[in-house]
Structures are given as structure tokens and as C-alpha cells.
Design a protein around this ligand. Structure first.
Ligand code: PHE
Length: 345
């Protein structure tokens, strides 16, 4: 094919396109023209482009340049006509698109009920003057037992009741090893950590996970959360302990809640109590509490003649379940969003 002939067919194509696009009156017609001129399969531009292969190679640069100009000019004419007819022809053509329909609501995440409970507890205790501290979940036996006055032969240290870590076989033979590490079985470890590092007086809570090898059932799970509280000052009394736990209970469960303290025993508190709340027709045990044992103070070089304190540890899952009406602790940890979504914050 001669260069001349190629160029004149390009000119004809451009004239044709310009004229048709100038006159186009509806989006349907415009769409037809678009297919006719720039359609990817059988469009006129595509057809002319194919002719280029038949042009002598010395003329190809000229032919190619003109081809590009014409192609761009047709595209601009198309864009202009599209604009003149009020936007993209596709949208107007597609009857399924209804811009007046309400949008799709995006699925938003939310806080897990336990996280919501933790935030709530921090808020209540914050108003009672307790600041929040954290401690590690992997602990040594010093913080989990020794400093808490739990003697070496105490059943609480039994390997069957704890998740000892690393060199497990060695520790199973000798669970009293002072260097043994374990997943903490109680947040009371944080009592020791704050008394080691902070100056007195202090008033803290610490919320976090604890681990015990319990078989899961409706009320047990091998991992759960506790809220530990510790108040150390001059002349802190059992009366204050009871007031704080009463105030906490009424703030969290409502003013009709009843609180009962039963005598109990913990190696790190003396005297010790168990705390029950009367709620919805039942006494429910929520945790333990007591006055910090002098042995604990002594292990930390704190003079028990000068300082006194109380400590408590409450089960966060129980508090959460009571409030949200959840009856099986395992439901909290199945990660079933259909269940969890019910407890929107
Ligand atoms: N750490 C005890 C437990 O896990 C609870 C407790 C905390 C008791 C503080 C007394 C004082 O059972």
C-alpha cells in the first residue's frame, strides 16, 4: 500500500468520525459510534492500524505519526461528545445502576466483650484513685510464688496446676527451682513488681491474662483475666478494703447488689476473705482479697510496722459474663463473630 493512500484513508476516517460525533444526539448513538471507531475488536482505527503493516518500511515513521494524531483526535472528539451528552455513556446505558439506592453499610469491627469490661473496670477504679499498671505474662517463680509467701511445698506450685515453660522436663522434676519460668497463674505477681519498683504509698490495679491448666467447661478456661488491686499506705485498713470492693460492686453491677465477705486463706494476705456478690438471685464468688501479709512486705524490704495494705484479685470473665448475661465462658473464646457481635459497645 502506498503512503499516499494510507494517509488519505486516515483523513477520510477523521472527517467521518468528526462529522458523526458532532451530530450525535443520544447516548445510544454515541455508544454505537464509539464501537464503530475505537472498538477494540472491529473498530475502524484498529482496521487502519492493520494496514500499516503493508506500508514500505521507509515510510512507516510518517505513517505512524499521522496514525497517532488521528487516533488521538478521534478519541478527543469522542470525549467531547460524551461530555456534551452528560457524562459517561456507560452509566446512562446501564439500567441496573440506580444512584438513588442507599449505600451498602460497611461491616464495622467492635471491641471484644472482655476488652469492653476491662475498659469499664479501669474507668470505675480510676475514679476510686487507682492507677493502671501492667506486668509480664511469663513470670519467674519468685514473683509468682516465693515473694508471695507461697512455700516450696505448697500445692499451688504443683507442675500439674501450672504451665511451666522451657526445659520443661527439668522443671517437672524440680518445680521448686527458683529460676523456673511459667505462665503466671495469678496477677498477684504484679503486686510484687510494683512494690519492687514504685515508691510508697501506692494504689494500683492491674488487669491481664492468667493461665491454669484447667479442662475447659462452662465456668473454666485455661486462660482467663484477673483484676488485681493493691493499696499500700500508712494505716490502710480492712474497713477500707471492704468499702472499696462495695463501691466497686455498686458501680459495676448496680446499687441493689449485695456484697458478702467470707473468711478464707491466701498465703500472701492475712486476714483473707473471699468476695461474693448477690446478683440476680445468687451469691457468686468473684475473687479473693485481704490485708497484705507482713511476710510479703518483708520479702521486699518494706517495714510492716510502718506500712499496711490491702490486695484483691477478681475474675474479669465472671464480671463480664454477669453483666452481659453470658453463661458459658467458652463462648468468649470461640472467635465466633455472630456471637460476639451481640455485645456492641
Ligand atoms: N491471687 C488470688 C487468686 O488468684 C486472688 C487474690 C488476690 C487473693 C489478692 C488475695 C489478694 O485466687
Amino acid at each position: 500500500m502506498s503512503l499516499q493512500k494510507f494517509l488519505s484513508s486516515l483523513d477520510e476516517l477523521l472527517d467521518d468520525a468528526k462529522q458523526s460525533l458532532d451530530e450525535v444526539g443520544s447516548s445510544e448513538q454515541l455508544e454505537n459510534l464509539r464501537v464503530r471507531f475505537v472498538g477494540a475488536k472491529n473498530g475502524a482505527i484498529k482496521a487502519v492500524q492493520k494496514l500499516m503493516g503493508a506500508i514500505e518500511s521507509e515510510h512507516r515513521p510518517v505513517a505512524g505519526k499521522r496514525f497517532n494524531e488521528v487516533r488521538d483526535a478521534i478519541q478527543s472528539a469522542l470525549d467531547l461528545a460524551t461530555e456534551r451528552l452528560g457524562g459517561a455513556s456507560k452509566a446512562v446505558k446501564d439500567p441496573q445502576m440506580d444512584p438513588t439506592l442507599p449505600g451498602l453499610r460497611p461491616q464495622l469491627g467492635q471491641l471484644h466483650p472482655i476488652t469492653q469490661t476491662i475498659e469499664h473496670l479501669k474507668d470505675i477504679m480510676g475514679r476510686l484513685g487507682f492507677s493502671v499498671t501492667e506486668g509480664p505474662e511469663i513470670e519467674d517463680t519468685w514473683h509468682n510464688f516465693v515473694a508471695l509467701n507461697i512455700p516450696e511445698d505448697h500445692p499451688a506450685r504443683d507442675p500439674l496446676d501450672n504451665f511451666y515453660l522451657a526445659a520443661a522436663s527439668k522443671q517437672l522434676q524440680n518445680p521448686t527451682d527458683r529460676d523456673a519460668m511459667l505462665l503466671r497463674s495469678q496477677t498477684s505477681t504484679v503486686q510484687i513488681r510494683v512494690m519492687e519498683t514504685q515508691s510508697l504509698p501506692l494504689r494500683i490495679i492491674s488487669l491481664g491474662r492468667v493461665y491454669r491448666p484447667d479442662a475447659p467447661d462452662a465456668t473454666h478456661f485455661p486462660m482467663f483475666h484477673q483484676m488485681e488491686g493493691l493499696w499500700v499506705d500508712k494505716n490502710v485498713s480492712m474497713a477500707q478494703l471492704k468499702s472499696v470492693l462495695r463501691l466497686f460492686a455498686t458501680s459495676y453491677l448496680g446499687s441493689d447488689v449485695k456484697v458478702r465477705f467470707r473468711p478464707s486463706f491466701f498465703p500472701f494476705t492475712e486476714p483473707s476473705v473471699e468476695v461474693d456478690y448477690w446478683w440476680n438471685g445468687n451469691w457468686i464468688e468473684f475473687g479473693g482479697a485481704g490485708m497484705v501479709d507482713p511476710n510479703v512486705f518483708q520479702a521486699l524490704n518494706i517495714d510492716p510496722e510502718q506500712w499496711s495494705g490491702f490486695a484483691f484479685g477478681l475474675g474479669v470473665e465472671r464480671l463480664c459474663m454477669r453483666r452481659f448475661g453470658i453463661v458459658d465462658i467458652r463462648d468468649l473464646y470461640r472467635s465466633d463473630v455472630r456471637f460476639l457481635r451481640q455485645f456492641a459497645s
